[in-house]
Design a protein around this ligand. Structure first.
Ligand SMILES: C[S@@+](CC[C@H](N)C(=O)[O-])C[C@H]1O[C@@H](n2cnc3c(N)ncnc32)[C@H](O)[C@@H]1O
Length: 208
């Protein structure tokens, strides 16, 4: 039977509070937060009382905690984030935002999953050797961002009626992953052996 179209509700507010979002009510969070150490987002962080790199990530950590609270067990969080290059008191350096977001989300209770590396094409012909071909001053520029993926807790077990493929549960929608027939486990979801065992037991209880 065709499902009813979902309703859409737009809530405007601070992502650290999410007052209109009930705990444990969200299946998926997709977000692109203000990036620490990118001048475009300095004002957002100043508004949060954050001026230094650690303070910026402390504020973002409050967002990850709010996301963890909002997600259902097994719910997913996708964070688009890029690293930053900036000259501070110590001179020019990399600010590895993706590393700090990985750590902060793990500390907030998330289980880190393999990330997507988003290669952003650059139209700068000198992107790799930014100073030209003079080796002493050659530098590499940033040309990618990250879509970091996390799950709240273990895999969800879906009711049989929701599954197009009755062997799903250890298998990803693209067909990659473990199956009962092959008894193999691939990287990513398939490696979550306890969740796979729970999915098998769930199927057994359904008579599958
Ligand atoms: C990197 S941008 C993402 C832009 C987004 N992908 C888009 O296409 O509009 C960061 C966004 O975070 C928003 N933002 C800043 N502080 C926020 C807060 N406390 N709660 C929720 N969003 C916030 C900014 O307004 C901005 O739109």
């Amino acid at each position: 039977m065709p499902r009813a179209a979902p309703t859409i509700r737009i809530e405007e507010g601070d992502a650290r509070d999410l007052p209109g979002v009930a705990p444990g009510s969200v299946e998926l969070v997709v977000t692109s937060p203000p990036y620490p150490m990118i001048p475009q987002w300095d004002e957002s962080f100043r508004h949060w009382g954050a001026r230094t790199y650690p303070e910026m990530h402390e504020r973002l950590a409050e967002v990850w905690t709010a996301c963890h609270r909002a997600l259902v067990p097994g719910g997913l969080l996708a964070v688009n984030i890029g690293d930053a290059l900036r000259t501070g008191d110590d001179g020019f350096r990399l600010w590895p935002n993706h590393v700090d977001v990985e750590r902060a989300c793990e500390a907030a209770g998330f289980r880190p999953l393999p990330y997507i590396l988003w290669k952003k094409p650059t139209n700068k012909p000198n992107a790799f050797l930014g100073s030209g071909f003079l080796p002493p001053n050659a530098y590499v520029t940033l040309d990618c961002e990250f879509i970091l993926l996390f799950r709240r807790g273990a895999l969800r077990a879906f009711p049989r009626a929701d599954l197009a493929d009755p062997t799903a549960g250890t298998r990803r929608p693209n067909g990659i992953g473990g199956s009962r027939r092959s008894g193999t486990m691939s990287a990513g979801y398939g490696r979550d052996r306890s969740a796979a065992a729970r999915a098998r037991s769930h199927r057994r209880s359904l008579g599958a």
